[in-house]
Ligand binder design. Structure first.
Ligand SMILES: Nc1ncnc2c1ncn2[C@@H]1O[C@H](COP(=O)(O)OP(=O)(O)O)[C@@H](O)[C@H]1O
Ligand SMILES: [Mg+2]
Length: 327
């Protein structure tokens, strides 16, 4: 299943994504971790040393390879130049799986040892000023969107994306690509304002969103978040000395995380499992096409010089055999 951690910078997206990923690794579940945050820190939070984290391949730089592989023999996509970040898979496209090897994994993923297991880590690569505009053709997160849209994933295998809650993800539809979105919020007005914005978009598309409080000290913080987020507030993490020790370069095993924070992690897992049960693959595909058509019209057709609406393969759902079309 696909999980996103979003929120304001500094709220703890990377910290909580990395804890969630650790917990999955500790329970022997296959995980692909994706660092799509403006500040690329997920590798370090997963315990990579600085030079290894800096040497992670950038998915943005691998975009031509990613497009070429995913396009496969799909007759609706004439070239990788005409494939944009929202181009949906169709018959002939190559699909990705979490535990399989592919040239995309080979080019972009690195293995991280975690809690006696291994997880795969992919990273968009650092963002530049130019990447932070709206629906930009060269957007780094485009590689992540293509990855997610071509992925066939089941219940007990996870993609966990640490990402920025920015206008880019709303313009492209990236925010609709997840079974569950955990919005990390500190008990501050700024923390909660990101939630409000996200919630507005989320409601219109029926996406499952939960608020995860972080750095919550005591009842007043809790009351504030409850008042602001109501039933959307799933659980809160408190200040963690375990996280602090990690930041000091003294990593501890997950088993030593504070019991209350461990329980909070379990709550996240349960919420994710519950969200998966409500997965609607047809809606997922419908929204993918909706955003593709919107992007095609607003910039894609002009940029590529072709009618990108023709890339849509009606009735195709990744992982399911399309019904053969009769003449
Ligand atoms: N529960 C916590 N306890 C202690 N420190 C935390 C906690 N959550 C986050 N931090 C610290 O706060 C800072 C920002 O967290 P980070 O996960 O990098 O935020 P983001 O990814 O949202 O920008 C980091 O120094 C991190 O170690
Ligand atoms: Mg971060």
């Amino acid at each position: 299943m696909k999980i996103a951690f979003v929120g304001k910078g500094g709220s703890g997206k990377t910290t909580l994504s990395s804890l969630f990923i650790r917990q999955l690794a500790a329970s022997h579940v296959p995980v692909v971790a994706v660092d799509a945050d403006i500040n690329q820190h997920l590798g370090a939070a997963l315990g990579m040393d600085e030079s290894d984290a800096a040497a992670l391949p950038s998915m943005g730089a691998q975009l031509p390879l990613i497009k070429d592989w995913l396009r496969g023999s799909n007759p609706r996509i004439a070239s990788s130049e005409t494939m944009i970040k929202t181009t949906p898979p169709g018959r002939g496209s190559r699909l990705l799986r979490i535990t399989e090897d592919s040239p995309v994994h080979e080019a972009c993923a690195r293995t991280v040892a975690l809690e006696g297991n291994e997880v795969r880590l992919l990273a968009t690569g650092p963002f530049t000023e130019a990447d932070l505009g709206v629906a930009c053709y060269h957007s780094k997160t485009g590689a992540v969107e293509l990855f997610l849209n071509h992925l066939v994933d089941g219940r007990d295998e996870f993609v966990v994306v640490d990402m920025t809650a920015g206008s880019d993800s709303f313009a492209s539809g990236m925010f609709t690509r997840f079974d569950m979105t955990f919005l990390v919020a500190e008990p501050t007005r700024k923390g909660v304002s990101v939630y409000r914005q996200y919630k507005e978009y989320a409601q219109d598309f029926g996406i499952q969103l939960c608020v995860v409080g972080n750095k919550v000290h005591g009842q007043d913080d809790l009351d504030f978040l409850r008042e602001q987020a109501g039933d959307d507030l799933l659980v809160c993490f408190g200040h963690s000395d375990w996280v602090r020790a990690m930041e000091k370069g003294r990593p501890l095993p997950l088993a030593e995380l504070e019991p209350a924070n461990r329980r909070a992690l379990e709550t996240l897992r349960e919420a994710a499992d519950g969200a998966y049960d409500k997965r609607d693959s047809e809606r997922y595909m419908r929204q993918m096409i909706h955003f593709h058509l919107r992007n095609a019209e607003s910039w894609g057709n002009a940029k590529t010089g072709v009618d990108l609406a023709a890339q849509v393969d009606p009735g195709f759902v990744p992982g399911e055999q399309p019904v053969p079309q009769t003449a």
